[in-house]
Design a protein. Sequence first.
Length: 442
Amino acid sequence: MKTVLHILLDADSLTSRILCALIYSLLYDYIYEEYIFGVFGYVDEIDYVRMNIIQYLSWITFSILPFIFYHRINEISSFLCLFVYILVYIPFIHALFITGAISVVEAYSYSSILCLFLVLYFQIHRIPLLLGIQIKPTIPFFIIEIIALGITLIFVATRAGSMHFVNIFTQLDLLYDLRAQNSEKVEERSLILYLQGWLVGAFYPFLLVWYLKNESYIKVLLVLSGYLLLFMVDMQKGTFLMPFVLIGFYCIIKWKEKLICDRLHAFLFGGLIIFSSTLMMAIDPDNKLLFTISTFVFLRTICVSGWLTQLYIPFFHENPYTYYTHINIVNAITNAYPYDVPLGMAVARNSQNANATFFLTEGVASWGIIGVVITGFIFLIFLYLIDSITFRYQKSEIFIMFIPALYNMLNASFFSTVLTGGLFILVFLLANCESLESAEKT
């Protein structure tokens, strides 16, 4: 029995890795054709073409190949890249072979480049780390608490008039209306957006892990209250649910850290396969709750990078690249951004704000295939640096802290995640503090 479980679940089993990637890829293609294109009709205006046998075999090959080089969750880079592989890479490659506006040369060029980078990302653990990366003098932990409290008070004071509490399960229409109203009150580059991103993406997860580690449950409740205050302004379901996800995953990985690191890929693939299959059997357009859940799972989670790829690549066949001017800092220097609306709005032709991941925004939108190569190297360097900075921390601590950054990374550009989403602040805190064992003694 142990041998069978090892073959099916353990990361050092090649059979396990190939089976997981193959079954999920086949299921993904079925979901996309039957639900994204069929039930939801979300790609009615996109040039969708069913794959022939050569395209199908190519897409399956490119989908599986990088995962052969996956090892297990040993560093934060492998943790992040596992999710990038499942929720960004597989959908991106699939879109290349079902979009008629994408030429054969483009499809194979993008696929080959992306495949190479995913292989490199999964092999970073073989490169010796720069183990001495730490900023001195270190920041006392109570200073971080004071800064987090101060930013929270500033945020609440400036947005108090926009705060409402809405039930995310029963008042969705009201939630979306209030979200739109509140977003109109804040300029896109407002400091308030940065403050909120720094709290959600850096200070709150950093403090939450420390308080959980030291069983400071009163302070845990204070962090939860902070998340609630932020939710009452931005009305994002992710903001409301994030602390519960962090706490839940913290408890799980603390309980079975080695098991999670060895088998997380199997749990993720298996969970997605089982949950998606169950939804497909239960989905009913007349059942509003089930239909909403299936829409969120299929359209906004599993397949979102796929249909966004179908938007982005054809759009930049006919429109100018941004050459990274969609990044606020770059545009502030060059003033050369070619569109009069944000990038996501431009690509969606003002029908929605189609924010996308870094391979599309810093990659395709910035400079096509060249942009993907540049972005791939930037992300590779970033992964290596954060592995070097976080080697002093326990896996069960560091993985939890990076979940908000991962969530942003799967829904927005890399530079937006780094600057607006607080990833830079989180990395700075980790580089500038003692490990949590040391902080506990202060």
